[in-house]
Design a protein around this ligand. Structure first.
Ligand code: GDP
Ligand code: MG
Length: 181
């Protein structure tokens, strides 16, 4: 028998890393070079199916604005989230540091058992890469070993909202990590 589940997902990360572009690629399969920056937050939904378990998952997606002046709004969105995408831009070390700050905050303030994905976007710009996947793996390994209590493992992924490479896979992996009864 098929199953249906609905989950709240929030995107966090520095401004211009491509959060909105990832969401639009996932929801509409489109990409704009000149996406207008998000004001406050945007809400979209998309449904995926997981064939192995015959499960349909509806994501309720909150795409937040990365600017500092909106930072205080973030808890409103992650407080009751089931999953969080912490996005950085692989060509920006600063944005990777910022994504780590979000993970720290989530581990302190978000619901226990939240599924966290650390996602490096703009993989099409790998000629200008500043963040290696190996150091992301090292960071997560280190983080998991230090985490106390029932913190869930962090999913690591790279994608390109521009080419679409790896985007659906991120959401599929999150869908598989979420508890469906
Ligand atoms: P947000 O502020 O995190 O929501 O970032 P946006 O989605 O608004 O994207 C910021 C800029 O990065 C825009 O000019 C996008 O066209 C560009 N961008 C987003 N994703 C990618 C990507 O995967 N590759 C490249 N080359 N550019 C991207
Ligand atoms: Mg945005």
């Amino acid at each position: 028998t098929s199953r249906f589940a609905q989950f709240k997902l929030v995107l966090l990360g520095e401004s211009a890393v491509g959060k909105s572009s990832i969401v639009h690629r996932f929801v509409k399969n489109t990409f704009d070079e000149l996406r207008e920056s998000t004001i406050g937050a945007a809400f979209l939904t998309q449904t995926i199916t997981i064939p192995e378990t015959d499960t349909t998952i509806k994501f309720e997606i909150w795409d937040t604005a990365g600017q500092e002046r909106y930072k205080s709004l973030a808890p409103m969105y992650y407080r009751n989230a089931n999953a969080a995408l912490c996005v950085y831009d692989i060509t920006s070390r600063v944005s990777f540091n910022r994504a780590q700050d979000w993970i720290k905050e989530l581990r302190k303030q978000a619901p226990e058992g939240i599924v966290i994905a650390l996602v490096g976007n703009k993989s099409d710009l790998s000629d200008n890469r500043e963040v290696e996947l190996s150091e992301v793996e090292e960071y997560v390994e280190q983080y998991n070993s230090e985490a106390t209590g029932g913190g869930s493992t962090i999913i690591i992924a790279e994608c390109s909202a521009k080419t679409g490479d790896g985007v659906l896979e991120v959401f599929n992996r999150i869908g598989r990590a979420l508890p469906v009864e």
